[in-house]
Structure formats: structure tokens, C-alpha cells
Design a protein. Structure first.
Length: 239
């Protein structure tokens, strides 16, 4: 498989192994947003109530109950009102199940990242990364975003979170530069993916896709029943 980099993304990537300046980071974040792959919904009683009152089934039951009451069918009206109890119970269950799913998916992601910028190497929140950032990743750590490997030291990667593959995957250094004039398809062996973990060795990654544009971000949207639109980071079969 190959991963496609659109020209507008390739043009945002620095050449060589130069780190971004703070001005470049701010400008790139304005264009591509933050590296927030999973948006955690608020927990608690009030968020649950707010989500429940948006459900049209609630208003259907209330409206039908009101009609029965107006025409004198008080028993049927009360039955419908009582049916709201299991309705709220089911909504609460689904809300908690979603929270548990998000916690499980979040466990595959890095909370912090060592990024190389103009002032040297610093540790930042993984959500602060932008396309073009240089990130150091060591054995036992997960890639914080999708990117190309500029440096690698005999790394083996666990990609089971994305592919279900049980065996470690070897990676290679991407020696070329994305041209930025046309779509460029790059083999998956040159990529480090968000949510996958280095088992041995270490690497330096040039971030290309962040947040919802990562492959892991697409999996999360599918798992949580979100929109299924394909992001710009398309894939195509080799050949």
C-alpha cells in the first residue's frame, strides 16, 4: 500500500532535517489545526441530559403522551411517560460505553512528544504538533502523528492497532523530498503512524498528517460512528 500526500500538504513541509520556527508552527496550526485525534466528550450528569434532550425519540414520546392526555386517555399518557425511564437508562448506558471506548482508543496515543524546533529539542503536548514538525521517538513509545521517517536505527514497529498484524514491521528512511507540485504516493514502509509503537530502535519523524487526517483518526471516527468522509491522506494500492 502507498499513502498519498496532497501538494498543499507537501508544500508545508520543510526541506532536509530543519525544525520549524515558532512562527512557522503558529502559521501551520492556523491552516491544519491541532493534533487532536480523539475529542473526549464531557462526562457527568448535565452533559448526559443535554445529549438526551437532543434525541428526537424523547420529544416523540412526550408529544404522543401529551396528545393522549388531551383526548382523555390518561392511562396511555402515563404509560408513555413511564417508558422514558428505560429510555434515559439506555442513553446513560450508551454514553458510558462511548466513554469507555474513547479511553481504550486514547490508550494507544502519546500524550507528550519530543519535538525538534529552532530552539532545540523540547517536550510538548502531542496535540501541539503540526505538519512539518520533527519528532524523536524511542523504543517503547508511540508515534504521535503520521509522518515520514528521516532517521531510523533498526526500528521494529507494532502496527497491530491499525492493521491487526501480529508481527513487528520493519521501516526504512525516506530519502527523497515531497515535491509539492502534484500528489505523491509514498510506500507505507517509510511511514510512522499515530497509534503504532516502536518495539526496538529509535527514529526521527517528519510529521505530515495530524489529528483527524491520520489513519488512526479515521479508525476512531469509524469506531465511534462518526462521519465516514475520507481525509486528504488517501491511500492507494501499490502499482
Amino acid at each position: 500500500m502507498k499513502r498519498i500526500i496532497p501538494p498543499e500538504v507537501a508544500r508545508a513541509l520543510p526541506r532536509g532535517t530543519r525544525g520549524l520556527s515558532q512562527a512557522e508552527v503558529n502559521a501551520t496550526r492556523q491552516r491544519f489545526g491541532t493534533n487532536q485525534i480523539i475529542e473526549t466528550p464531557p462526562s457527568g450528569l448535565w452533559p448526559l441530559i443535554r445529549n438526551t434532550v437532543k434525541d428526537p425519540m424523547l420529544w416523540f414520546l412526550l408529544g404522543t403522551s401529551g396528545i393522549f392526555w388531551l383526548v382523555g386517555e390518561s392511562t396511555e399518557a402515563l404509560v408513555l411517560l413511564v417508558s422514558l425511564i428505560p429510555f434515559f437508562g439506555m442513553d446513560s448506558y450508551l454514553h458510558r460505553r462511548t466513554q469507555a471506548s474513547i479511553e481504550g482508543l486514547s490508550g494507544q496515543l502519546s500524550a507528550r512528544a519530543r519535538v525538534i524546533r529552532e530552539d532545540g529539542t523540547t517536550s510538548v503536548d502531542a496535540t501541539d504538533l503540526v505538519p512539518g514538525d520533527l519528532v524523536e521517538v524511542n523504543a517503547g513509545e508511540s508515534f504521535p502523528a503520521d509522518g515520514l521517517l528521516l532517521v531510523e536505527d533498526s526500528i521494529q514497529v507494532d502496527e497491530s492497532a491499525l492493521t491487526g498484524e501480529a508481527y513487528p514491521v520493519r521501516k526504512s528512511i525516506f530519502a527523497d523530498e515531497p515535491a509539492g507540485v502534484a500528489e505523491q504516493a509514498i510506500d507505507t514502509c517509510f511511514w510512522g503512524y499515530a497509534g503504532t509503537r516502536i518495539l526496538s530502535g529509535k527514529a526521527v519523524l517528519r510529521v505530515v498528517f495530524t489529528g483527524r487526517e491520520t489513519l488512526y483518526g479515521e479508525i476512531v471516527r469509524t469506531a465511534l460512528g462518526g462521519k465516514q468522509e475520507r481525509p486528504p491522506c488517501r491511500e492507494q494500492s501499490a502499482g
